[in-house]
Design a protein around this ligand. Sequence first.
Ligand code: MN
Length: 262
Amino acid sequence: MSADALASARILVTNDDGIGAPGIRVLEKIARGLSRDVWVVAPETQQSAVSHSLTIRRPLRLSTLGPKRFAVDGTPTDCVLIGVHEVLKGRAPDLVLSGINMGANLGEDIGYSGTVAAAMEACLLGLRAVAFSLDLPRNGTVPKQPRWETCAHFAPRIIRTLAGLSWPEATLMNVNVPDLAVEAVTGIRVAHQGRRKDGLRLEKRADPEGRPYWWILDYTKEEVQPRGSDLSAINAGAIAVTPVTIDVTAKGFLPDLVAAFA
Ligand code: MN
């Protein structure tokens, strides 16, 4: 897709933080800077960490919030399905953008992320999709002013570059932006999916009536990452661009398994 083609491309914007989240406003603005035909179909409510969930046991409702702006009372995956098959049924989007997520989606986050899952669903529909996430300070607090301006600065160039390539089949792009000012970003690195050594933490607490409850917390610490991973790129102050495929087969193990079952 050339720059000219991008200007008339149909772009669908969605997210997992919900249609009222600040990140989707930023992504919508970025998309409008690239194309005249931008549509938003996003979840009514916060859907972080719902992964690739589908709503299949109750009706899904679509609300019109304004011109080319819709909310679905479901998951990011539901939004992509309703966006493509209903809202944009006359002409499929040329590009689906998901985010900008409040918080990074690095390493094993990809498996939990609703932001990435929306891009995955678009990918399954044969569409090109890019997930955008913004890293937050590592002290666990959500800042009053996340660095959306850093995303707004770099995203158009990233989208143009990606749109200009021919993509392999069943591949989506996962983009993570560091928690840094524009001038402090050290570059754009193509990275593979990293992996933290420690899993998520689980904390047992007591409610005001003394009954136990559990709260899932973030990773204990950031291990030193091998070079080339999304985590090491972000830790080095760079934007990480990771191509992600739908096929999760452990291909390296296939020959041993084939031999074992022969
Ligand atoms: Mn989220």
